[in-house]
Every structure is written in C-alpha cells, then in structure tokens.
Design a protein around this ligand. Structure first.
Ligand code: C2E
Ligand code: MG
Ligand code: MG
Ligand code: MG
Length: 294
C-alpha cells in the first residue's frame, strides 16, 4: 500500500530510480505525497535540467539538445518524469514548474553562449496544462525578451495529444508561437491519434518519431515501413525528422537508409547535467575533427 511504499522509498529512494511506477502514482496517498513534495521543490536545487544532444544522422553535427527535468527529492528519492509530470499536470503545478523549466533552459542557452561555445538550440517539453491553462505565447514572448536569447534557439516539443485537446484553437496557439520565431516539434509521433490532415495544418518544424518504432527497427520489417512512410510524409510537409531513442549502430544505419534526418539516444549520449553536457560537446567537436561519423 501507499504507506509502506512511502516508507521503502524513504529508505531506499536514492538508489532506486524507478521505485515508483506510474501505477503506484495513481494511488491517491502517494499522489498527495508527490504533490506536496513537488510543490516545495519548485525553485530549489532538488530539480535540475539534464540535456541530451540531437545529432545530424549523416554528418554527426550537434544540432541541439533536449532539456529533460530531473527530480531528486530528499523524502521520495529520485523520481522519474513519467511519474511526477502527470501529478504536476493534475494538480496544476505544471504551470509554475513549466515556467521554471523554460527560464532555466533559456539561462543555460545564454550561459553556453557566454562561455564561447556558440548558440545551441534547446528543446523544452510542453505538456497540456502549460499549453491550455495559461497564455503560452505570451509567457514565451515575455521570457524570451527577458533573457535576450534569439527566439530561434528555443524549440518547444508538443505531443499530438496536447494540440488535439481543441484542434482549432491548438492551430491558433501554434501559429502565435511560430510568429515569435520559436521552433515547434511534434513529440512522440505515432503514439497519438491525430489525423494527417490535422498534422498538415499545424505549423510544425520537426516531427519526432517515437522511440517505440526506433527500438523495433531491425527485427520488424513492418516498423521499418512505418518509419519510412513517416519520414516521407514529414518531408512532403517540409518537416525535419528526429528519431528518438537510438541505442544501437544498427538502428542508426537503418534510420539513415530510411532518410531520417536527426537522432537522439543513448548511442550518442544520455541526458547529461549541464556541465557534463558542455564537456561532451567539447569532446564531440574534437572527435569530429579527427574521424568521420559513420
Ligand atoms: P520525451 O520528451 O519523449 O523524452 C524522451 C525520453 O526518452 C526521456 O525520458 C529520455 O531520457 C529518454 N531517452 C532518450 N534516449 C533514450 C534511449 O536511447 N533509450 C531509451 N530507452 N530512452 C531514451 P525522461 O527524461 O524520463 O522523460 C520522460 C518524459 O517526461 C519525456 O518524454 C517528457 O514527456 C516528460 N518530461 C521530461 N522533462 C519534462 C519537462 O521539463 N516538462 C514537461 N512538461 N515534460 C517533461
Ligand atoms: Mg520530448
Ligand atoms: Mg518523445
Ligand atoms: Mg515520451
């Protein structure tokens, strides 16, 4: 039950990355505990952003990074985003939390630039509450102005489900975001239920192919066909494609032959704390001068 789960988590939490399953988080006692702890965590160093590189699959060039939220709670242990983001959504905490993520991401873009590493585009995940329970274009405009980061350095990742809550209004919000000059990515593509005609009406720049398709590449012909047609569809709509969850060189080569533009995954790097990311970036640059990317 939730009480003993809490007890266990308290004592083993730090070594137990996914002790809390999404199912357990549905239990109300645990939800309440997560919500309470999360509320006091916003704005403290319990929460940090990690960054995972996005690479050009043919040249190996670094094209950007995705910001992924990490939470190390002193009472609950290390919590996975798939566990606490849904709680943040239901409690409305996602709005202040999401604003904090946006501010941190912009501050990091600026800090890397200031340290002489150049501009790097950072992708920030946006969930339904952030998109629908506030004026997101207004918030983004405001934070871009305050940070003086060029709008093109910010990419917002939305899932199909987010925009589909209200398709007509979703298109309008995306259009307002695009007018600010930010980039928009469709995250987890293939897991939702949006129609192709709807996708063509959304002003997206990038389509991210869900990792479930990528993981089955190689042993499933059917999935290769799906990826191939998604890439073709995306290109016909002038979208670039990013494969998520690339773990093996075999998947990498497969994706290249299927025409996929970019990739992200453990094969290249795990999500890293900002300082480790900067280190990885330097080493990646040095490596790419020495040897071609396969
Ligand atoms: P997502 O946006 O689809 O992020 C991709 C997930 O795949 C991340 O999980 C990442 O760590 C993981 N991943 C990357 N490469 C590989 C790989 O090669 N293999 C495997 N198996 N996994 C890989 P993570 O960090 O646990 O995040 C899970 C989800 O939580 C994200 O899915 C996103 O929907 C949500 N999330 C994370 N950070 C934020 C945030 O700041 N705000 C919001 N609203 N949602 C967030
Ligand atoms: Mg994402
Ligand atoms: Mg994704
Ligand atoms: Mg996901």
């Amino acid at each position: 039950n939730a009480d003993s789960a809490m007890y266990e988590a308290k004592h083993n939490g730090r070594n137990n990355y996914s002790f809390f399953s999404a199912d357990m988080a549905q239990q109300s006692a645990l939800r309440v505990a997560i919500e309470r702890s999360l509320r006091s965590a916003v704005g403290t160093d319990e929460l940090t952003l990690h960054f995972q590189p996005k690479l050009d699959l043919s040249s190996g060039a670094l094209l950007g990074a995705e910001a992924l939220l990490r939470w190390n709670s002193p009472t609950l242990g290390i919590m996975a985003p798939d566990t606490f983001i849904p709680v943040a959504e239901e409690s409305g905490l996602i709005v202040p939390l999401g604003t904090w993520v946006l501010e941190q991401a912009l501050a990091q873009i600026k800090a890397w630039h200031a340290s002489g590493m150049g501009w790097l585009q950072v992708s920030v995940n946006v969930s339904a509450g952030q998109f629908w329970k506030q004026d997101l274009p207004e918030l983004v405009a405001n934070r871009l102005r305050a940070s003086s980061v060029p709008a093109a350095m910010l990419d917002l990742e939305l899932t199909e489900r987010v925009a589909m809550v209200n398709p007509q209004e979703g298109v309008l919000i995306c259009q307002r975001l695009k007018r600010l000059g930010v980039s928009l990515s469709m995250d987890d593509f293939g897991t939702g239920y949006s129609s192709l005609s709807y996708l063509s009406r959304l002003p997206m720049d990038v389509l991210k192919i869900d990792q479930s398709f990528v993981q089955r590449l190689g042993d499933d012909q059917h999935d290769a066909q799906i990826v191939r047609s998604v890439v073709q569809l995306a290109h016909s709509l002038n979208l670039r494609t990013v494969a998520e969850g690339v773990e093996t060189t075999e998947q990498h080569r497969f994706l290249q032959t299927l025409g996929c533009d970019q990739g992200q995954g453990y094969l290249f790097a795990r999500p890293l704390p900002a300082s480790a990311f900067a280190q990885w970036w330097q080493e990646h640059l040095a490596r790419s001068l020495l040897q071609p990317f396969s």
